[in-house]
Design a protein around this ligand. Structure first.
Ligand code: FE2
Length: 325
């Protein structure tokens, strides 16, 4: 089978499953080449799929994946359909289905989130690849979303009940153009791929939100959108599936989005208590696993089962990403 499940110290254990599952090549005789990850995937598709379902995340470590193009081959080997990116994070296409991960300034921490949680169609799987490992920091911490839901329900039952009943309304201000100083990055022209306000409105409507034009940008209003979802895979678990952390801790830039409390409300218009949000942040940190990247690592995430974030880092660091249906 040419692959081995390995244990690393950072893993956590949930219901007897290691999180994340870590797969390495089975050691080969000295003269033999290490098996390629593409071939390993093709020969073990069902096994890997089972691991992903059990664990929520699979890290492939020790395979000879060296370049963006190698990673693109790995992405293709899984055979998942591509999910186009339509969010506002700054990303650059590198090759084939491979993009840079969010290029927000390296000293920023990117809060925990699911990818494209605010869109009607979001990727079901994410793939990351470490091309240049950072000297320090820059991990991509991950956390199991159903655990966050369960712990929040225990500690803040009323908050969670309100979230389940009403969902959330998200309000965000986008500038005209790309702002490299902001983790929010792209302005409305780049986000909607047009300079025409009418076309922008049509494209926004297709993504389920409305626009209110301002002198120097646009206010986007989305929702109510459910804040808790039922994982549609065989697990049928309730998962924390919203953008509260990214909005509260990340939708900040000097000029436009300085007040996170205006950016987020329950579906009935009432505000979210800040102390509950900070408590949730503690739970996320507490349950998360942050594995230092090694060059060649490939991380496969179930986007519904797992939240991810990015720790601040020293540069250079290059982690590439691909989104799948
Ligand atoms: Fe992300």
């Amino acid at each position: 089978m040419a692959l081995t499940m390995v244990e690393i110290p950072e893993q956590k254990l949930y219901d007897g499953n290691r999180f994340p599952a870590v797969i390495s090549p089975t050691p080969t005789p000295a003269a033999a080449a290490t098996p390629r990850l593409t071939e390993t995937i093709q020969a073990n598709k069902q096994y890997i799929q089972d691991q992903l379902l059990k664990s929520g995340a699979v890290l492939f470590r020790g395979f000879p994946v060296n370049t963006a193009s190698d990673f693109n081959d790995v992405v293709e080997a899984f055979g998942y359909e591509e999910n186009p990116y339509v969010g506002t994070a700054p990303r650059t296409k590198i090759v084939g289905r491979v993009f840079t991960a969010n290029e927000a300034p390296p000293d920023h921490k990117i809060p925990f989130h699911h990818e494209m949680v605010l869109y009607p169609e979001f990727p079901s799987k994410l793939l990351f690849f470490c091309e240049i490992e950072p000297v320090s920091g820059g991990e991509t911490p991950i956390v199991l979303s159903h655990i966050v839901y369960e712990r929040m329900k225990d500690k803040h039952p009323q908050f969670v009940q309100k979230l389940e009943e009403h969902g959330l309304i998200y309000t965000k201000v986008l500038g005209q153009d790309y702002d490299p100083s902001s983790a929010m990055g792209r302005g409305w022209k780049s986000t909607f791929g047009t300079e025409d306000k009418n076309i922008a409105e049509q494209r926004a409507a297709k993504l389920g939100y409305v626009l209110e034009w301002l002198d120097d940008g646009v206010k986007t209003i989305r929702g109510p959108i459910p804040g808790i979802k039922c994982d549609s895979s065989t697990r049928q678990r309730k998962v924390w599936f919203n953008n509260i952390m990214a909005v509260y801790l990340g939708w900040k830039d000097d000029a436009r989005n300085s007040d996170p409390e205006k950016a987020l409300a329950f579906g009935d218009g009432s505000p979210l208590a800040a102390d509950v949000i900070y408590d949730c942040q503690k739970i996320l940190e507490d349950e998360s696993v942050a594995i230092p990247w090694r060059k060649g690592d490939v991380l496969l995430l179930d986007n519904m089962a797992v939240l991810h974030s990015r720790n601040p880092c020293t540069t250079p660091r290059r982690v590439l990403a691909s989104l799948c249906k």
